[in-house]
Design a protein around this ligand. Structure first.
Ligand SMILES: Cc1cc2nc3c(=O)[nH]c(=O)nc-3n(C[C@H](O)[C@H](O)[C@H](O)COP(=O)(O)OP(=O)(O)OC[C@H]3O[C@@H](n4cnc5c(N)ncnc54)[C@H](O)[C@@H]3O)c2cc1C
Length: 454
């Protein structure tokens, strides 16, 4: 079956009997164990074209791996063809146009390194080793969302291999429908081999917010943070994370196993003007540690990398909220009190500024009127019961759903769930469906928050 493809790709086609197969089918989430029929380790756009054409002819469904960080592990599939872009990580900067041209397997850190050489940035996420492709296609929330919007808002062009095996260039005047759809519609429409992202002047030094409070103050921290958000300038984007600190060597021993609330963020204007603006976020309660201050942008973007372990089984969920009213906070905190394991990362990211001013129909990413998004993950460490953790996450979602905003979730932070997909695409769903039917009527690209063309 694979001989024609093998003649084109040589050892870039990896079959189950190949030594590299088990390593290549691994993704970030250790709970995922899927066995594709073959993996194509692409090194060029032509490799992607060959792989898609082959899948089309052989009636094989396709999964696409950018950085492999998706919680639902949709980069890898059972019995289909996995198109692996992780060797395509090039980033070029067009300084004059202020555009970064980024290959589909790049990590966020690859972009920061290349763009910061010129004092430029594009909004991405907060952990530098995350893949940009899945993040950008599903939204992209980072510390610049208030000032410059989501990652998907800053896609100004893309090279896409469609389900027809055609390599096309989409931008505002070419394949406008597809250009609209990839700004939040996920991997439904083809393989993006290259993105073009808008760049802005920032750095190298920026003012970072990095305060840690005692968990006992969590309720008043959330209430005060919400008050702060009401008048927060676009320059500020911040996240609130409740967790029990691990006994990790990079943390002082006094903090091991301590339950804390961390507030992290960025003031994206002139650091001199930001000190007084960020001050209220440093006084939400009595800090245990406050490392807020001026640091290189690249350092900020890498700060959380040490907290992230790869290949641990993770169960997670997400919901948007309009307000963190007392009842919502109580339901969440009660649930956290009764978590079956201590390895829960519960994040509330404040949403404001530019990302929320973009009209809902302007991009496929529809939820533009929430104030917070919950991103909750449970890491299942050795000895912990995976099924118990999964059930607890499902029950937390069910308990909080009635208090959520539009029953919607950040799709990059939730396992596959048809109702969440539809609720989140909201009024944009029908338009996405018609674009899916046009570009991928046989649902070749189905391993994603799927817009089923049937
Ligand atoms: C440690 C960690 C930190 C994170 N931090 C953030 C954050 O700060 N902000 C945020 O918004 N999100 C964050 N996320 C979530 C992140 O957005 C998703 O995990 C996202 O899927 C990562 O992209 P990826 O390329 O690694 O995904 P992959 O797992 O490789 O792919 C996921 C899906 O995206 C699609 N896809 C991937 N590549 C392509 C491509 N080239 N062309 C077409 N479709 C493609 C496919 O449908 C694929 O199934 C984080 C996740 C992790 C694990």
């Amino acid at each position: 079956m694979f001989s024609t493809l093998e003649s084109k790709l040589g050892n870039r086609l990896v079959l189950p009997n190949h030594d590299a197969y088990d390593e290549l089918r691994k993704v970030w989430n250790g709970a995922i164990d899927r066995r594709p029929k073959a993996i194509v380790v692409c090194e060029s756009e032509q490799d992607v074209v060959d792989a898609v054409n082959f899948a089309k002819e052989e009636n094989l469904h396709i999964s696409i791996r950018g950085g492999g960080h998706n919680l639902a592990g949709t980069a890898v599939c059972d019995d289909g063809l996995m198109i692996d872009l992780s060797n395509m990580r090039g980033v070029e900067v067009d300084q004059a146009k202020k555009v970064a041209i980024v290959e589909g397997g790049a990590k966020l850190g690859d972009i920061d390194v290349a763009t910061q050489k010129y004092g430029l940035v594009t909004p991405t996420g907060t952990v530098s080793k995350t893949g940009v492709a899945g993040l950008a296609l599903g939204g992209g929330l980072g510390y610049l969302r208030g000032k410059y919007g989501l990652t998907c808002d800053n896609i100004v062009g893309a090279h896409i291999v469609t389900a027809e095996g055609e390599l096309i260039y989409v931008h505002e005047n070419n394949h406008q429908d597809l250009f609209w759809a990839i700004k939040g519609g996920g991997g439904n429409f083809g393989v993006v081999t290259k993105f073009e992202f808008q760049l802005y002047d920032l750095g190298p030094e920026v003012l970072a917010i990095d305060v840690m409070y005692d968990y006992q103050d969590v309720k008043s921290i959330l209430t005060k943070a919400q008050e702060f958000l009401e008048n927060a300038p676009d320059d500020i984007s911040f996240n609130i994370t409740a967790m029990m600190l691990p006994p990790a060597p990079f943390l002082p021993e006094a903090l091991h196993h301590k339950k804390v609330v961390a507030v992290s963020g960025l003031y994206a204007g002139d650091p001199k003007n930001g000190e007084s603006v960020i001050q209220p976020l440093r006084e939400l309660a009595k800090p245990i540690v406050d490392q807020s201050g001026v640091i290189p942008y690249e350092e900020l973007q890498k700060k959380l990398d040490v907290m992230v372990q790869d290949h641990i089984p993770v169960y997670g969920t997400s919901l948007y909220f309009k307000d963190l009213d007392e009842k919502t906070i109580d339901v969440l905190l009660n649930k956290l009190e009764n978590a079956p394991v201590p390895t829960v990362l519960s994040q509330l990211w404040a949403l404001s500024g530019k990302m929320n001013r973009i009209p809902e129909e302007e991009t496929a990413f529809a939820i533009r009127d929430a104030s917070f998004v919950l991103l909750l993950d449970v890491m299942v460490m050795p000895g912990m019961d995976e099924e118990v953790c999964k059930q607890w996450v499902d029950s937390l979602y069910a308990d909080l759903l009635p208090y959520s905003h539009r029953n919607a979730s950040y799709l990059n932070g939730i396992a596959l769930l048809e109702s969440a997909t539809k609720n989140t695409f909201a009024q944009n769903y029908e338009r996405l469906l018609s674009i899916k039917r046009k570009y991928d009527p046989s649902n070749l690209f189905r391993h994603n928050h799927n817009i089923d063309p049937k």
